[in-house]
Design a binder for this molecule. Sequence first.
Ligand SMILES: [Zn+2]
Length: 90
Amino acid sequence: MRCFVCEVCRCEGDDWMFRNGEKSKLSGVKLYRVYQGREARAQLCHLHALQLFTMGERRFLRSHLGFARIIADRGQNYEEDSFDYGFGAS
Ligand SMILES: [Zn+2]
């Protein structure tokens, strides 16, 4: 069973269900500054997706370093990791 949790909240130990309340739907986002030449994908809760949008990717990553590191680490295993959340297009 796949666990749908916001990746930033999970990194930071936040209670994402509590913080997001009814708006517990996750958003698939794409990040363009993490890897060179390809996009990174992540699942974010409503609050963090909004924060990414308002802050911009660079500031968002800087303020969520744990998340940024996980995304970067995952990029190194990108080839063997069939990374697909099945959420469809954004
Ligand atoms: Zn979150």
